[in-house]
Design a protein around this ligand. Structure first.
Ligand SMILES: NC(=O)c1ccc[n+]([C@@H]2O[C@H](COP(=O)([O-])OP(=O)(O)OC[C@H]3O[C@@H](n4cnc5c(N)ncnc54)[C@H](OP(=O)(O)O)[C@@H]3O)[C@@H](O)[C@H]2O)c1
Length: 199
């Protein structure tokens, strides 16, 4: 398969590239690095990425930013970060990607544990991750041409504990390599409309 991995230079993305690149042609798209540069907050940049890549069999997104902050201090502009980047950035990768994906292809997006297991300072993450999982369920039943869509919803990664560990006391972390298996299942399996929780 020809697979484009948006965010393929990141902590999760690199592990997904490692898992899939033995068996498939992988194109890495990212913001500053990778085979193709893309900004998921810019619809023209997404269109250009797909034009450059040509037709693909699978699109994987392992990207998207959210703001962590105290609920009583969160301003509308803080919510906008998650809405424009992690939520609409990934939704637009699907919408704009539809004409560029082959029949029976697949989209796999990334949400996260905060949708159903909230933490202090994580309100935007809870909101955005739940919206992504909702989008996947809704979109899956109307996808044309046998195209599938799933999301991967990981807990905190072991590799990210130095960065996020203080937010996730009491949570068991998972390795990026284990999280990557869920993307493999999504792309190489036949399921659609699934939320793959990796805890
Ligand atoms: N890490 C965790 O513990 C964890 C747990 C659950 C869910 N998640 C979710 O998983 C996703 C990836 O997390 P991560 O920790 O792997 O992130 P990361 O290491 O920070 O990597 C982010 C990736 O996204 C790319 N990127 C950044 N801004 C972009 C933009 N505007 N347009 C296109 N690409 C952009 C980066 O590209 P460059 O390298 O070129 O900058 C990089 O490839 C996020 O949605 C995160 O919320 C992460």
């Amino acid at each position: 398969m020809k697979i484009i991995i948006v965010g393929g230079t990141g902590t999760i993305g690199k592990a997904v590239v490692k898992e899939l690149s033995h068996r498939h042609q992988v194109i890495i798209a990212a913001h500053q690095h990778g085979d193709i540069r893309v900004d998921i907050t810019d619809t023209q940049s997404i269109e250009k990425m797909y034009q450059t890549a040509g037709k693909v069999d699978a699109v994987i997104s392992t990207t998207g930013k959210i703001h962590f902050g105290k609920f009583t201090e969160m301003k509308p502009k803080d919510y906008e970060i998650g809405l424009q980047s992690k939520l609409m950035g990934q939704v637009n990768l699907v919408l704009i990607g539809l004409p560029h994906i082959n029949d029976a292809g697949s989209f796999t997006v990334t949400s996260g544990i905060l949708s159903h297991d909230p933490i202090r300072f994580g309100v935007s993450g809870s909101m955005v991750n739940a919206a992504i999982d909702g989008f996947v369920k809704g979109a899956a039943i109307e996808m044309p041409r046998g195209i599938r869509i799933n999301s991967v919803s990981p807990t905190v990664l072991t590799e990210s504990m130095p960065q996020y560990g203080d937010y996730f006391h009491g949570f068991k972390s998972v390795s990026a390599a284990d999280v990557a298996l869920a993307y493999s299942k999504s792309v190489e399996g036949l399921q659609s409309g699934q939320i793959y929780n990796v805890n």
